[in-house]
Design a protein around this ligand. Structure first.
Ligand code: GLU
Ligand code: ZN
Length: 295
């Protein structure tokens, strides 16, 4: 099957150093295998989005010469696909409505234990959960090998649609990756934990599973993930090369000094040519000072 990879940013803020690392890692992994590289905007959660961020992210990718194949897909325009799948599962009793609040679940020990599974609730004020009968407690990662996942999380009938009507990331990501023909998911190590849940959905859908590669996550000196919440600044649009080189070093490239005076196209082409998984650290978190730099 033809390799198809993707970069799937959430437009909660501008493209920061951590998301550039994810974009580049997925780009090199796809292009070094002559594959397609798609971009999908994961705009599922309007309250957490920043107006204009989606456009800004795409402009930044273009400025860094990270040209995607095909059209950008917006999850906000695909609610019908997610709802249709939920309806199918509900009618097959593979999913069910749940009225438990976060507080109740917390009192119950922090894990949802199937409280509403056989209650036959109807929709009002409810979330929708998927029935997990065969928990996924490990998966294979191209860098990390077999990764074990906590049993309690693997067993949970997790939420596919929230009480507030928003579709869950785990549902949308799987439906879209299948529908877009993605063969390999390359993303930050912060998404190792939900991978088991996503694999459960592939099984339920009878879809061919994808392969996974989780990249080291860029964290601040205090160990926090770079994000809008900790004010990770957007990366430079005026002077992309130093940031590009910094992100490539983060991904384990050894770039000679001369390359710093090459064009972005030349640097990327060199990267595509040199890229190999052994260059990546096995650490899942790597400290960067880059987050605080002003663009
Ligand atoms: N949209 C997710 C994020 O920005 C990434 C989804 C994925 O790569 O599976 O964190
Ligand atoms: Zn419940």
């Amino acid at each position: 099957m033809h390799y198809t990879g993707r970069f799937a940013p959430s437009p909660s803020g501008p493209l920061h150093f951590g998301s550039l690392v994810a974009a580049l890692g997925s780009y090199f992994q796809a292009k070094s295998q002559h594959g397609r590289w798609l971009v999908r905007m994961e705009d599922l959660d309007p309250p957490r989005e920043m107006p204009g961020a989606a456009t800004l992210i795409l402009q930044t990718l273009e400025r860094y010469h990270l040209h995607w194949d095909g059209e950008v897909v917006y999850q906000s325009l695909r609610h019908h696909l997610y709802q249709q799948q939920i309806n199918d599962w509900l009618s097959q009793q593979k999913a069910y409505y749940c009225q438990c609040t976060r507080k109740q679940i917390k009192q119950d020990g922090g894990y949802y234990r199937g409280h509403c599974r056989s209650k036959q609730l109807n929709s009002s004020g409810c979330s929708v959960r998927i029935k997990i009968d065969t928990p996924i407690t490990e998966f294979f990662d191209l860098k990390h090998g077999h990764i074990a996942l906590p049993q309690a999380i693997a067993e949970e009938d997790f939420i596919i649609k929230r009480r507030d009507g928003l579709f869950a990331y785990n549902l949308a990501v799987v439906i879209d990756d299948i529908e877009q023909g993605v063969t390999e998911v390359v993303r930050g190590a912060d998404l190792i934990e939900p991978t088991g849940r996503q694999i459960s959905l592939y099984h339920l859908l009878g879809a061919k599973p994808v392969s996974y590669l989780h990249l080291p996550l860029a964290v601040t000196a205090t160990g926090a993930k770079l994000s809008k919440q900790n004010h990770a600044s957007g990366i430079s649009l005026e002077n992309p090369i130093p940031t590009l080189i910094e992100a490539m070093r983060f991904l384990g490239f050894t770039l000679e000094k001369e390359l710093e005076s090459a064009s972005i196209e030349q640097i990327l082409a060199w990267g595509v040519n040199q890229w190999h998984l052994a260059q990546l650290t096995k650490e899942t978190q790597v400290t960067t000072l880059f987050s605080n730099r002003v663009s």
